[in-house]
Design a protein around this ligand. Sequence first.
Ligand code: AMP
Length: 208
Amino acid sequence: MRMIFIGPPGAGKGTQAARLVERFQIPHISTGDMFRAAVQAGTPLGLEAKAIMDAGGLVGDDVTIGLVRERLVEPDAAGGFMLDGFPRTILQAESLERILGEAERPLQAVLLLEVPDEVIVQRIVGRRQDPVTKEIYHLEFNPPPAEVADRVVQRSDDTEEKCMERLSVYHAQTAPLVPFYESRGVLRRVDGLARPDDVTQRIVAALS
Ligand code: AMP
């Protein structure tokens, strides 16, 4: 299965993608995770990405497309993939179409996880991740169990101010992907306003 996830920050893309890749046995390719790994490793890419990510902006299209192009030719992506957080601009979507078209491996599904803006801020500000298991929690809606509560961390771009900036970037640059993929007949809308288990069921139904 070759699919991508789009939706505003905090819609639950990461959580749902992690579940789907297990089900479909495909790699989870998150450009946000790749950039965070580069920041952590202190590579030149990481240094370039850090300031942009901290400001809630988007890393340049050329750099991002190059990263994804290299990742998609790795052997584990031959049988399919789940792209999470890419594409985020029309230029990225057009490049992806070209990359996959050249390999005669077009996208099969684009999942749009819909969550209203009012809910996003609340979700993002309370979001925490266990750095060991990578499990994502929410302080109020899905609190971390006592044994991991001391080690969960908040992403540096998950503050209210940065969340507002990321949302406005989403509406300006990423939302145009909705009509783009609708016109290609691959868009599947999923209401993301429910408990994670219910959203997973909706996604599986939308894919079948
Ligand atoms: P995410 O984990 O998907 O929320 O991504 C975190 C941050 O990484 C974003 O706010 C951007 O700064 C950067 N980023 C991730 N994916 C992309 C992309 N496809 N294009 C540009 N920047 C990206």
